[in-house]
Design a protein around this ligand. Sequence first.
Ligand SMILES: CC(C)(COP(=O)(O)OP(=O)(O)OC[C@H]1O[C@@H](n2cnc3c(N)ncnc32)[C@H](O)[C@@H]1OP(=O)(O)O)[C@@H](O)C(=O)NCCC(=O)NCCS
Length: 142
Amino acid sequence: MEFEVCLAMSDEDLMLCFPVMRELRPQLDEAGFLVRVRRQEGMGYRVVFARGASGVVAVAGYRVMENLSWGRFLFVDDLVTVSAHQGEGAGSALFDWLVAEARREGCAQVHLESGVQRFGAHRFYLHKGMDITCHHFALQLT
Ligand SMILES: CC(C)(COP(=O)(O)OP(=O)(O)OC[C@H]1O[C@@H](n2cnc3c(N)ncnc32)[C@H](O)[C@@H]1OP(=O)(O)O)[C@@H](O)C(=O)NCCC(=O)NCCS
């Protein structure tokens, strides 16, 4: 299946992305999503989407960052294909766009974190050539 991959710039674009993003981030409501994306944009966050014949079916959020460990890298905060359209190639189209974007931005690496229970996503990332390189530790403060 063919997909067009575009950056979500306008509120209208972001609203088309919202129902897809909500499958991954069910705690978000529509108004909160817009406010938080616009705030995160100030920290380099971008939303990109894949549109097929039935509209927007996959969405990703990412940032280009730099640290002492990896140099300049692209970090994928969110990646989801709406459940009704998984397995049709939309996630792969978005992932490939993110890798190309990382190269355009002069990054040497792409990184992301994935919940330990997301076994399907892990198979997808390994299939796309990624390696498991870190353990992520979290301390709950509230
Ligand atoms: C992970 C996810 C984004 C993959 O998107 P998708 O649109 O279903 O993936 P695609 O159809 O583009 O699949 C691309 C390739 O990966 C493989 N693949 C995708 N999901 C897979 C899975 N669960 N297990 C094994 N292989 C998988 C496909 O077979 C395909 O292989 P091919 O290129 O040889 O045909 C999607 O399944 C998803 O949204 N999952 C739920 C949310 C989630 O866990 N997101 C990740 C958060 S870290």
